[in-house]
Design a binder for this molecule. Structure first.
Ligand code: GLN
Length: 494
């Protein structure tokens, strides 16, 4: 019980362990991710892979989708076989190996490295996120605030990764940048081992009770899965198997959504849940839907908003030209500066018993994010005349997107940790992480189907996103008024 432990900014000491481990993991992830498309599309002479843009985008989409998709298997393995603490450790090692392999220049090592990062992140990400919540008792009002602090670690890592890997890539070469990602993950692992004792007894072993044969069969399943990845990778590297990445990427949104529904339904119907657990599962479903829709809008950051920054925004300040990429860091900067405020806000509302329910916070987050697109709609109209608009439009949009993100994303993580049936903690977090994946893929599809307009006018896309997100925000709000009463921790509901 860590309810009396206030050693890390008023939070349990284990939060320090998880904060820095996730910070270094995200440093390696975002640092590498920022370079991926450029590296793939650069010519061989420039040191790149000389892929076509279409292929590079599709591979990028599949890679980021796969990273979050694998959270499902990662949660499953932790719940049944490893426990969260070991899952994070082995996941981190796999990620580090992935970045080391990426640092070796060749097309084959490139893909093998990516596969390692995908598998490792699947193992690490959902389980570390689930463990944050396990630092708190059911009644502890610090939980939401703890997740907000943890979320700050995520974004600190992203800023460090972008700066370090971006610098190395342009000044030293891409393989040094990938190497730096490996070193970042290694630092995270060392830090994890040195401070792991602060986690105490949480997530030290599997939570789903199984017979010896069940355990053996599960390991056999894991082995078969890994073997099939090895076989497919081998066939593809020899050219014996060719997949069209562009068409695969297009169907992935449907496949992932179908898998989400099936997995959720199997836990709901066959997980031996009692009626209170089922009610909490329904309120979680609402939060998952809210999350997928939120990211479908928010993740325009990398595509349409990025293009708007590049083509329609006045970036000349006197003789200085603001690099387009700088706009991408606004989100993380706002997260880091606003997080302490939100962490305090949730604690204070919790103390005064004024805490809005999880569902309501998610709805508010979506609506605030939507208001960012209202700003963008006017910016796009102003830019339609061919004039470049002031950078403030994008700054205001990213500000609103970040405030929305802080109302939804850390809060939803907290909700999943609190409302999931305990024995499925890892898998439920894996299922939640899958909503990132679905949201990101839909964001790409949306940008692709509207954003390709000849005129370069993005107001049609933004108008559509406003309609979509405002409707979802209102629906989530209304449904949350009903599911609110089911968001009670175990003891109170019984
Ligand atoms: N920035 C958050 C993270 O890295 C959420 C990512 C996402 O695409 N949903 O965990």
């Amino acid at each position: 019980n860590t309810s009396n432990d206030t050693s890390f900014f008023g939070h349990p000491g284990g939060l320090l362990t998880l904060f820095f481990t996730e910070m270094w993991e995200r440093m390696s992830y975002y640092g590498m991710r920022a370079l991926l498309v450029i590296f793939m599309t650069m010519t061989l002479q420039e040191g790149g892979l000389d892929f076509s843009k279409d292929n590079a985008y599709a591979i990028y989409g599949l890679y980021t989708g796969a990273v979050y998709f694998m959270g499902l298997s990662g949660g499953w393995i932790a719940d049944r076989l490893l426990g969260g603490q070991s899952a994070v450790w082995y996941g981190g090692i796999t990620i580090m190996l992935g970045h080391i392999i990426l640092a070796i220049p060749s097309t084959n090592t490139f893909f093998i490295g990516l596969i390692f990062v995908v598998l490792g992140t699947g193992l690490l990400k959902p389980n570390i996120s689930a463990m944050v919540g396990q630092l708190y008792t059911e009644q502890d009002t610090r939980r939401d605030s703890g997740y907000t602090i943890y979320y700050m670690g995520i974004n600190l890592g992203s800023v460090i990764g972008n700066l370090v890997c971006g610098y190395l890539a342009t000044n030293w070469g891409y393989h040094y940048a990938f190497g730096a990602a490996a070193i970042g993950m290694a630092v995270g692992l060392i830090q994890y081992r040195m401070t792991q004792h602060k986690l105490g007894t949480i997530a030290t072993g599997p939570t789903v009770s199984m017979s010896a044969t069940g355990i053996r069969n599960s390991w056999v399943g894991v082995l078969i899965f890994l073997l099939s990845i090895v076989v497919v990778t081998f066939l593809m590297s020899t050219g014996a198997m060719v997949i069209d990445v562009v068409s695969v990427a297009k169907s992935v949104a449907y496949i992932f959504t179908a898998i989400f529904v099936l997995y959720y339904a199997s836990i709901f119907f066959f997980g031996n849940l009692d009626s209170a657990e089922k009610k909490r599962m329904i309120s979680l479903l609402l939060i998952c839907i809210a999350s997928a829709c939120f990211w479908a809008g928010f993740e325009q950051a990398g595509s349409s908003l990025n293009i708007f920054a590049h083509e329609n925004t006045e970036r000349l300040l006197g003789s200085f030209e603001i690099p387009t990429a700088w706009f991408q860091s606004l989100n993380a900067i706002f997260i880091i500066t606003l997080s302490p405020f939100f962490a305090a806000l949730w604690i204070n509302l919790g103390k005064k018993m004024l805490d809005p329910s999880y569902g309501i916070k998610c709805a508010i987050g979506i609506l605030i994010m939507a208001s960012g697109f209202i700003v963008m709609f006017f910016a796009a109209q102003a830019a339609a005349s061919g004039l470049k608009v002031a950078p403030y439009w994008l700054v205001a949009t990213y500000f609103l997107h970040t405030v929305g993100e802080l109302c939804l994303s850390p809060v939803a993580l907290s909700a999943v940790s609190k409302l999931s049936p305990k024995r499925f903690a890892g898998q439920m977090m894996g299922l939640f992480v899958l909503t990132y994946s679905i949201g990101n893929v839909i964001a790409g599809v949306l940008a692709g189907s509207f954003g390709g307009e000849e005129s370069g006018d993005l107001s049609g896309l933004f108008a559509f996103i406003i309609q979509f997100t405002v409707s979802i925000g209102v629906i989530v709000f209304l449904v949350a008024l009903f599911t609110r009463k089911w968001e009670k921790p175990e003891q109170e509901n019984a």
